[in-house]
Structure formats: structure tokens, C-alpha cells
Ligand binder design. Sequence first.
Ligand code: 13P
Ligand code: SF4
Length: 358
Amino acid sequence: MGKILSTTVAEKMQDRVVVDASTDDVAVPQSDELVREIKRMLTEQDAVLVAHYYTAPELQDLADETGGTVSDSLEMARFGHEHPAKTVVVAGVRFMGETAKILNPEKRVLMPDLEATCSLDLGCPIDEFTQFCEAHPDRTVVVYANTSAAVKARADWVVTSSIGADIIRHLAERGEKILWAPDKYLGDYIQKTTGADMVLWNGACIVHEEFKAEVLQGLRAKYPEAAVLVHPESPAGVIEQADVVGSTTALIKAAQTLDAETFIVATDKGIFHKMQQAAPSKKFLEAPTAGVGATCESCAHCRWMAMNDLQKLYNTLEHDGNEIFIDESIRQRAMIPIKRLLDFARERDAQVLGQGDA
Ligand code: 13P
Ligand code: SF4
């Protein structure tokens, strides 16, 4: 089991140095028997486990060991769609399970806890969102994947953090004006990066919103050699200090490929498990979520991601419970913008591959 070293950086604040992936904060007790039983049921039920990087280390390890995946939300959608298993078990939050079901109506989609939601999804109810769209009928509606099936069904495009800027740039080049929802920080970042004409919904991730720009400056002054990795759901003042801004997968790749030996990381601390596996010799510091005169509530860990654990996963498989169902007319409409996302991603990846060959 890993440990967290602490040193003083500013009044009332500690730098949290993640020495080992399996931080005490994130892990739940390992149970060999539960793991054995879950593996048996995954095989017997022709099920594949698709986990997000913010879930507990033992769930991530289980996904890896059983031929599933641990990934960002785009890759989770892609993997679940392309995998031949009859059942997809999604360890993550509700919108990830719903996306899997929207894309795979013939498959059984299960989640360890159906109550695991997301502040962005909660902050964008369909009725208000519909009014917002009706107030801007001339705009192309682009929504972040962190939304309900009903909101997706009202959208022209669904995007994730790994591809949002590319899609908006593409739409802006076609002369389209954008209505964006729900994450105002990601929307603002994409607007600045692409120069697109965008109106933004006023939503935020309660985890990333807590990263503090001023205290981050103090930490950078103390570790001037450190590279700063930031998820774009963070506030602009934090993004401005980043060496790399990107999806969870992009941040892990950056930790692996950049020359730096020390990294300050502004995203959910669940990511340190994979980050430390990807770059075992490197040192990772949590970006501050509190500091002088401020406290944190989420403290860099998503309470909904934390609702996933081995026992609930076991119960779900054992009792055939927690299945995702979506109204068929909503599902069919929501599938259109998600398919656009996957098609765009496929073409983009083919182009990148082609450029590599040239
Ligand atoms: P990624 O798609 O980058 O994994 O982000 C999902 C998410 O919910 C981040 O808070
Ligand atoms: Fe939603 Fe934030 Fe949790 Fe991601 S970390 S699932 S955006 S609340």
C-alpha cells in the first residue's frame, strides 16, 4: 500500500506527494475472494469491465486483468461499442453507462451503483436546457458527454475532453455558431483555443472547480522543475499555468513522454494509479484544492466515482442488478450525435496515423 508524503508549501496547505499508485485515500480493502468471484462471473456472463481512471485502483486492476479497459470517456464508449461481449459493466458514473447503452441497445449494460452521477449532468436538466436551445435556434448544439441521455438527444454533437476542441474548430471552420453545455470552464477553454463563436451554459465540475490558481503558483515556485498537467474542466487561472491541458488519457501520456521528473497534476486523484504505473520513476504532486483562506469539499476526488467498489460490482453481477435502461425514442435520438463523435474520432485518428506514415 502506498503512502503520501507531506511537506509545507504555504500557510495551512500541504503538498501531497503521491509515492505509489494505490493511495490510501482512494483504495478500499482488497479482497482476493471477491476478485476471484467477480472474475468467474465476468467470464460466465460474457461480460467485460470498462473502468474510468478515477475509480478505485482495485477496479482498474480488475479491468486490466480481465481484458477490459481503463480509459477516458471517449475510449470507454469506443471500447464498449467495439467489444464483442454481451454484457458491458461500466465502473464510472451514470452518463458513461448511459452512453454505453445508447450505443449498444442489444447489450446488457450494468453499473456497480446507478446513483453515481456527475455535477455537470445534475446541473443541466433537460427542461431548462431545451429553453436555452430554443433561445438560440441559429446555433449548433454541442454537449459534453457528461450529460443525461435526454440532453444528448437534444444535441447535434456530443464531445469529450479529448476531442472537443477539434470538433468545435471543425464546426467553426464551416461557419457554424455554437451553443455549448454544460461545463463553462471547458467551454471557455475551447472558445479561447479555437476562436469559435460560442454561448456557454453555466455548469461546472465540483471536483475540478476547486483547484486554486494562486496556491498553484506557490507550489510551482517551490518545484520550478515540475511540469503542470491540467484537465480542462479546471478554472481558467489554473489552465493558464499548465504545460499540458488534456483529457485524462492525454495527461497520463504526457506524464510518460515529457522529460520532466516531477509533475503537478490538476485532476481527480484517482488518476495517480495509472500515472504512476505509466511512469514509475517519476514524482506526482496533487495540485492544491485548498490553501490560504480556503478549504475543499471534494478535495480532488469525485464522490460519485468513489461510489464504485468491488462489493457493489460483485452484487451487481451476482444479482443481475443495476441494469441501465433508456427510453427507446430518446436512445435513438441520442445515438446520432454520439455516432458523429465516434465517426469524427475515427477519421481524426486515421489522419494522424496517415501523417505518421508520410
Ligand atoms: P475524461 O474524458 O478526460 O476522462 O473526463 C471525464 C470526466 O468526467 C472528468 O472529470
Ligand atoms: Fe463529473 Fe467532475 Fe465527477 Fe468527472 S470528476 S464525473 S466531471 S463530477
